[in-house]
Design a protein around this ligand. Structure first.
Ligand SMILES: Nc1ncnc2c1ncn2[C@@H]1O[C@H](COP(=O)(O)OP(=O)(O)OP(=O)(O)O)[C@@H](O)[C@H]1O
Ligand SMILES: [Mg+2]
Length: 379
């Protein structure tokens, strides 16, 4: 890093990447294809065991793919050894060298690359200043807090001026408050350096907050690759809808073809639970059975007086079965026609229901979404 100059960031293209471990029959990663623009911050989000670390290790060069291709800036690097890839990686466990000082840890990659001592020291100091630990160079890493070790691991990855920064759940060992601080730090450094970054997490809030684009992984495949808005508001499968944020998914029968309302494809549906209604959906959805996504915090809960059903607002009656107070929000489980609906009500509302109350649940049709049927996966 020459002062705070941005390193040359890489464009990454992954084609049909596949990894089957040893004698396993099911691949850990199956035919993964992905294109990442220079300077983009991409989060890999998915449940435990879905193949996130395996993908990252193949991109880093720490694991040989079974098949497929990895390109950085149009160069095929699939079989290029790890030390020639010019990538910086932060492992979940940080993997710092315990017997070395902070400065020795950060400078390790430069020493391996035979960078001379004065240049090395200058770059170590710049990297440490960047993570705001410039004063701790002489400290042994064992004498650091978890959050400080995490920053050192980040400085060690940044110091080699990587074309790609790979972060594998770097915040998972930190407490909630420190995690929030480090999220902001990493986002700030990434935006400052404009370095192409892949960030593995199983925390959906973290992915939504930090990333330009999110790859939602499930069972070794990418279910959806899109902006935070796209994966949250326009999920292409039930799995994506329920993994990214809280979700009510109710079966409905789509009864019309698309009409365009305010630039959105809108459909009519009917269901025994919700009656007739309209909802936004994907641009090509044929009549038939599918799932309607209703986010719990988009439901408005009022006392059960007259039902207020109109083209602008839909409503249904429910009964409060469970009530949980979380400070900002009241979490409710409602019984609606024999099924359970989850709702979240801000505690700033003037009327807050109690268990046993009959309530009126209302929502706006443009705030629900019909899941594309062809993509519906079994969860
Ligand atoms: N060295 C290995 N040998 C055999 N199977 C492995 C090996 N490493 C991982 N796996 C398997 O490959 C699958 C994907 O593992 P991977 O570590 O990529 O998941 P992950 O998404 O990173 O999960 P986590 O969120 O728990 O870290 C899992 O089923 C795992 O058990
Ligand atoms: Mg992992």
């Amino acid at each position: 890093m020459t002062d705070r100059q941005a390193p040359k960031s890489g464009a990454l293209q992954v084609e049909n990447l596949r990894k089957t471990y040893g004698s396993e029959t099911a691949p850990a990663v199956a035919d993964l294809s992905l294109r990442v623009d220079p300077g983009d911050f991409v989060a890999f989000l998915g449940p435990s065991g879905c193949g996130k670390t395996t993908t990252l290790r193949m991109i880093a060069g720490l694991l040989e793919p079974t098949s497929g291709r990895i390109q950085v800036n149009d160069n095929d690097i699939t079989h290029v050894p790890v030390h020639k890839r010019q990538m910086g990686m932060v492992f979940q466990s940080y993997a710092l060298f315990p017997h070395m000082t902070v400065a020795q840890n950060v400078g390790f990659g430069l020493e391996m690359r035979n960078v001379d001592k004065s240049e090395r020291n200058r770059r170590i100091q710049t990297a440490l200043d960047m993570v705001e630990l410039g004063h701790l160079g002489k400290r042994k890493v064992q004498a650091l807090s978890g959050g400080q070790q995490q920053r050192i691991a980040l400085a060690r990855a940044l110091v080699v001026e990587p074309t790609l920064l790979l972060l594998d759940e770097p915040l998972s060992n930190l407490d909630a408050k420190l995690r929030d601080t480090m999220r902001t730090e990493i986002k700030r450094i990434q935006e400052e350096l404009k370095i192409t970054t892949l960030f593995v997490t199983h925390d959906q809030d973290e992915a939504l907050y930090m990333a330009d684009r999110i790859a939602i992984m499930y069972n070794g495949v990418v279910e959806q690759f899109g902006t935070p808005y796209q994966v949250y508001e326009r999920p292409e499968s039930e799995f994506v809808a329920s993994f990214v944020g809280r979700a009510n998914l109710l079966e409905v029968e789509v009864t019309s073809s698309a009409s365009t309302v305010n630039g959105e494809s809108t459909y009519e549906y009917s269901s025994p639970l919700l009656g007739k209604g309209t909802s936004v959906g994907p641009s090509e959805l044929k009549p038939g059975t599918t799932k309607l996504l209703m986010r719990p915090h988009r439901l408005t809960i009022g006392p059960d007086e007259s039902l207020n059903d109109s083209p602008d607002v839909h409503s249904v009656r429910g009964l409060v079965k469970l009530r949980g107070y979380t400070g900002d929000m009241l979490m409710l489980e409602l019984e609606v026609g024999g099924e359970t609906l989850t709702a979240e009500v801000p505690t700033t509302e003037t009327w807050l229901p109690q268990v046993g109350d009959a309530v009126n649940v209302t929502w706006r049709p443009e705030q629900t979404y019909l899941i594309p049927r062809s993509e519906v996966s079994s969860v």
